[in-house]
Design a protein around this ligand. Structure first.
Ligand code: SRM
Ligand code: SF4
Length: 571
């Protein structure tokens, strides 16, 4: 059985982190250096913890190389926004920052927050400083730490949702980094940072975590966060009166895999128990600590919690966690999921206020012909008195609208082309794509830019088979890292090379089953011909009410992967 990583085996990044003086490195000097649009390689790794990635525009990479110019560097900045809730004023603040510094509007992510792309090095301090000035942060939005804690966006059950949202904030606060480097670099904007002598990281440690760590809380019956895709999923258990009783614990999920490396794979979390709300923070702290102590620090591809668990067993993880807790983990409690997508249109909350879910294709908020979404959302934010909530399907909710204010919101939604959801096919309403080209350095194929085209083509097939309104979950990503959680799509396309994708089918409609590979490394013609045939069978052979993913599994077109064996409850 593998033991905690021996010092001699540590990966290079472990040394960079441990010697970074709590994430300072030489980022200050790198930002000041105006001879290049980039910062040093080790600093790019540390910058991630501060919420930013150095990228370059891949559309012009070859041309610039030919011209002997350095790459067209720009920085991606990601906001940390646990639970995905903004005030309209904060929306306006982010909108203004996007207009001033970013190249492509605002981008809602699959973890309920925002990214901005193409920020120049000399503007990075103003961008991140500006985000902090409106009461938000970017610390730990990326990097080997606990990422943005996500939670169900569930306006129908707003009292329980409010409690769960509150827990998402508390977890984030409890496990976030303590370094003062962030304050020095971006808020005080010191030209030279301190040596960090007074800093400590009581949970994460001087070398931080072996890899990213993701928490998410779902509120049944809606699994709108894909709770089993989290390193540590939490399922809120509500009593008959709607009161929060506690949380089922589901560790061991995550999507990332590497093409051609069978030792890496997507995986779903599995239930190990239940804890009451008063024990939640202690549980989360120690779950992170187990991974801090046992995660693989020699091989980054093998450093997620799912591999720690699979190398040692789910029972081992349960027992190790239990040994660190001051209370007994109880057996998991029953729950039931109905759906893992967003529900569009207006819904009424139990406090009488209204919530409008709008579809934002790929989460991109910018003005394009016929769809001035950025201007439209700005106008809405100017009159809206409630909140704006981001969803894990890259959509947003105009939340907390008084009945008398609905008409004004409706007028703006229509005027600015934000009401497309009313006319979209079932597939389009349930489509997710990652960013991919031109900014993502890991992209092997198009995703966000390809989505409108492939949806048009697939809709033609669905129309032909009378399946236009069928709510099929479709997810595309530009590489096997799986940022759009494509392994949980009833149909998933995973980029392998320019114009080539793996086609996976057979996830369920509630986020409890992964899909399986159907055809590897195929181009558009084969994708369409293959799906045409399967859609044809689905249209004629399906059982009443059967979803597409369930159909292809029942008819053995694919066989889904198995889940882990269950654990013994605590003695
Ligand atoms: Fe992701 C890396 C974008 C959600 C798994 N992800 C990246 C990077 C930073 C590329 C890089 O490392 O150079 C991408 C930046 C692209 C760009 O140009 O902006 C990127 N990931 C995204 C976002 C923006 C996709 C989107 O279209 O919304 C999502 C931001 C979430 C957030 O707000 O925090 C995003 N990434 C995810 C998810 C989905 C989720 O968490 O629910 C996953 C799958 C779950 C998981 O963690 O496995 C995901 N991203 C990865 C991985 C694979 C990690 C692994 O363990 O194998 C990478 C690669 C890596 O970390 O080395 C990655
Ligand atoms: Fe980039 Fe791959 Fe993530 Fe898409 S799935 S954003 S291509 S890392």
């Amino acid at each position: 059985m593998p033991q905690p990583t021996a010092p001699a085996q540590l990966s290079a990044l472990e040394h960079i982190k441990a010697n970074s003086r709590f994430l300072r490195g030489t980022i200050d000097a790198g930002l000041a250096d105006r001879t290049t649009g980039a910062i040093s390689e080790p600093d790019t790794k540390l910058l991630k913890f501060h919420g930013s990635y150095q990228q370059d525009n891949r559309d012009v990479r070859d041309e610039r190389r030919r011209q002997k110019l350095e790459p067209d560097y720009g920085f991606m900045v990601r906001v940390r926004l646990p639970g995905g809730v903004l005030t309209p004023q904060q929306w306006l603040g982010l909108d203004e920052l996007a207009g001033r510094y970013a190249s492509n509007g605002l981008r809602i992510t699959t973890r309920q927050t925002f990214q901005f792309h193409g920020i120049r090095k000399e503007q990075l301090r103003d961008m991140i400083g500006g985000i902090n000035a409106i009461g938000l942060s970017t610390l730990a939005a990326c990097g080997d730490d606990v990422r943005n804690v996500i939670c169900s966006v569930n306006p129908l059950l707003s009292s329980s949702h409010a409690q769960v949202y509150d827990w998402a904030l508390k977890i984030m606060d409890h496990v976030k980094p303590h370094t003062t480097a962030y304050q020095e670099l971006w808020i005080d904007q010191n030209e030279k940072t301190s040596d960090g002598a007074g800093d400590e990281e009581p949970l994460l440690g001087q070398a931080y975590l072996p890899r990213k760590f993701k928490f998410g809380i779902a509120v049944p019956p809606y699994n709108d966060i894909d709770v089993f895709a989290q390193d540590f999923g939490l399922i809120a258990i509500l009593g008959e009166d709607g009161e929060l009783q506690g949380f089922n614990l589901a560790p061991g999920g995550s999507m990332g895999a590497t093409a051609g490396d069978p030792k890496t794979y997507p995986s779903l979390g599995d239930l190990i128990g239940f804890v009451t709300p008063d024990h939640l923070l202690e549980t989360c702290w120690h779950a992170v600590a187990v991974q801090r102590d046992f995660g693989d620090r020699s091989e980054r591809k093998h450093a997620r919690l799912k591999y720690t668990i699979d190398d040692r067993g789910l029972q081992w993880f349960h027992d190790e966690l239990q040994s660190r807790l001051s209370f007994r983990i109880e057996p998991p409690r029953p729950y039931h999921f109905e759906h893992n997508g967003d529900r569009y249109g207006w819904t009424k909350g139990d406090d009488g206020r209204w919530h409008l879910t709008l579809q934002i294709p790929s989460g991109r908020i910018r003005d394009v012909e016929d769809h001035p979404r950025q201007t439209g959302m700005r106008e809405i934010a100017r009159i809206h008195k409630g909140e704006i909530r981001m969803t894990c399907d890259q959509n947003l909710i105009i939340a907390g609208v008084a009945a008398k204010d609905r008409a004004a919101i409706n007028t703006l939604v229509k005027q600015y082309g934000l009401d497309d959801y009313k006319r979209a096919s079932g597939l389009r309403l349930h489509a997710l794509s990652c960013v991919a080209l031109p900014t993502c350095g890991l992209a092997m194929a198009e995703s966000e830019r390809y989505l409108p085209h492939i949806l048009d083509k697939l809709e033609e097939l669905l129309d032909h088979h009378g399946l236009r309104d069928e709510p099929i979950h479709f997810r595309i990503s530009g590489c096997p890292n799986g940022c759009s959680r494509p392994y949980m799509g009833e149909i998933g396309l995973i980029g392998r090379a320019v114009g080539k994708y793996d086609l996976r089918i057979g996830a369920d409609h509630i986020g409890e089953r992964l899909n399986a590979i159907y055809k590897e490394n195929i181009g558009e013609d084969t994708i369409l011909a293959t799906l045409d045939e399967v859609f044809g069978r689905f249209a004629t052979e399906r059982k009443r009410g059967e979803h597409f993913g369930d159909f292809v599994v029942r008819t053995r077109i694919v066989t889904p992967p198995k889940r882990r064996p269950t654990v013994r409850p605590s003695a």
